[in-house]
Each structure stands twice: as C-alpha cells, then as structure tokens.
Design a protein around this ligand. Structure first.
Ligand SMILES: [Zn+2]
Length: 78
C-alpha cells in the first residue's frame, strides 16, 4: 500500500497529477488533496477521476505496470 495525493493545481496541459507520498515532484501540502492508500497508481487514478475528470498519473512516481522496462545490455567484447 502506498499513499497517493491529487494535485489541486493543473499542470501546463490542464491536467491534475496524482503523486505518491514519497514523490520528489509532489506539490506542497496546500496544493494537493489526499486520495488515500492504494496498491498502485492505476487504482489511485480511478478514485482521482471521480474528483477531477482531468486527473493523470505522474510520470515520475505512478508508472503503470504495463510500461516496458528498458534494460541496456553492455557488449562484453574485450
Ligand atoms: Zn509524482
């Protein structure tokens, strides 16, 4: 379980970002609303959409599980 917050100020795209409590991009306490504890950003988004129709997941802390994982494989040819 993680604690999620919804920004109360729109970003440059007019959307309200959802952040985890630990996110480095989270707005100040007066600029966010507490959403509650959720297993992941997707569940937090469902709740947030009931409050603001333009809610989106923060790309820093709420990456959805379907995102491909980049893994660089260094060539070991010495
Ligand atoms: Zn965030």
């Amino acid at each position: 379980m993680k604690f999620f917050y919804l920004s109360s100020t729109a970003n440059q795209d007019g959307q309200f970002e959802i952040h985890e409590k630990e996110c480095e991009s989270i707005p100040d306490a007066i600029d966010r609303d507490y959403l509650g504890p959720f297993n992941n950003g997707r569940e937090a988004l469902r709740k947030a959409l009931l409050m603001k129709s333009a809610a989106v997941c923060c790309t820093t802390c709420c990456q959805l599980p379907s995102q491909p994982i980049f893994k660089a494989t260094p060539s070991s040819s010495d």
